[in-house]
Design a protein around this ligand. Structure first.
Ligand SMILES: [Zn+2]
Length: 375
């Protein structure tokens, strides 16, 4: 990371000094973006990460090697890469791309205004779309049918509960309809339907759509969400979507077009750049097997960049939830570098304690933001 001072695009916040599980905070955007906004901030989320990831680093090594080959194939033709002229998050002009670090030889850049991280020289959107449509391997780690119900119970259900509680308190009722964009294997769509919500999903990867069909009996739409007919819905969700998207503001505008002020809510989950788990990957790029993979994750967000993107596209942020898998990631990268795979199991007991510290200190690699549309 360059460590340079961030400037004109940085938000400010008034927040409790000490650890508080849920707090109302006042967030003030950079000049010209209205506000301040009252944000309900929650930190920390218990998760038995090893129940999902295990302690075997063989899979991590194999997946990192696969991602490296994918990146080399995608970025191999230098002449076919496009250069970004503006920040994908805050839209500030980028007359000179500021290189922050490299993963698998691919440069990530950082916006001098808001701190958003992005791959500034990248394949065309069409090349990415082809890559994803065929990416059964990418989908594979999310589509183990034996783990589907466990994934819903432990990962999806707590997030759905958080969303339904916020929706009820801000809009006075439960959402009747929802759309999940980048629905993966359909886990959220399935959970939402079980909760009585008329929920549909969009997903481009054929392998994921097949999984949703076979596991949940759910038909996901493979159309471009931006171009599909914009019927209004109560709730739109982007779970781990915008980091893959060349132009995330377009997706936020498309979500805004489907939501009505006083009736709708948008929920966005993205990986965070200023996070222990992200920095652990950057410090050992050969071991990247999570969200710092340039063959898929071309964005890694600053909070300022994400919040500015929401405000610019017609939303008022109302809540944020900070949590992550940083302690696990840090252990994994240490074990890979040391060649001591047993480290992960030996230090597993420390993961919840360390993670709570990263979450409350906002050095965690995940954030979910809820926002409502404004006139
Ligand atoms: Zn920016």
């Amino acid at each position: 990371m360059s460590g340079g001072m961030r400037g004109a695009g940085v938000w400010r916040r008034e927040a409790p000094v000490e650890r508080v599980a849920v707090a109302m905070e006042r967030w003030t955007p950079p000049a010209g973006r209205g506000g301040p906004f009252e944000i309900e901030v929650r930190t920390g989320k218990p998760l038995d990460v090893l129940a999902f990831k295990g302690t075997d680093l063989g899979e991590v090594r194999d997946y990192a090697a696969f991602l490296k080959r994918s990146a080399q194939a995608l970025y191999g033709e230098e002449a076919e890469l496009e250069t970004l002229a503006s920040c994908p998050a805050c839209d500030a002009a980028q007359p000179v791309l500021e290189e922050a670090f490299r993963v698998f030889g691919v440069a990530y850049h950082q916006c001098p205004a808001c701190g958003h991280g992005f791959v500034g020289r990248r394949p065309s959107a069409a090349a990415f779309a082809r890559h994803f449509a065929a990416s059964d391997d990418h989908a594979a780690i999310y589509t183990d049918s034996e783990a589907a119900e466990r994934r819903i119970a432990r990962i999806v259900a707590p997030k759905l509960d958080w969303v339904l509680d916020l929706f009820r308190r801000h809009l006075g009722r439960a959402p009747a309809t929802a759309l999940d964009i980048g629905a993966g294997g359909g886990h959220f769509v399935a959970a939402a339907r079980r909760a009585g919500i008329g929920c549909d999903g969009f997903e481009l990867a054929e392998g994921s759509r097949r999984f949703a069909r076979e596991t949940f009996g759910i038909a996901l739409d493979n159309a471009d969400f931006r171009a599909a007919p914009a019927q209004p819905v109560d709730l739109v969700t982007f779970w781990g979507l915008l980091e893959y998207i060349p132009a995330p503001r377009q997706f936020l505008r498309a979500a805004r077009a489907r939501l009505q002020p006083g009736r709708g809510m948008l929920v966005v989950e993205v990986p965070r750049l200023e996070a222990a788990g992200t920095l652990a990957q950057i410090a050992h790029p050969e071991g990247v097997a999570r969200h710092m993979d340039p063959s898929s994750h071309i964005n890694c967000f600053s909070d300022s960049g994400l919040f500015s993107a929401l405000v610019d596209t017609g939303f008022r942020p109302v809540a944020a939830w900070y949590f992550g898998m940083d302690a696990y990631e840090l252990l994994v990268q240490c074990a890979l570098v040391a060649g001591e795979d047993a480290l992960v199991a030996r230090l597993a007991h420390a993961i919840p304690l360390l993670q709570a510290g990263f979450d409350h200190g906002r050095l965690c690699d995940d954030i979910i933001v809820a926002a409502v549309p404004v006139e």
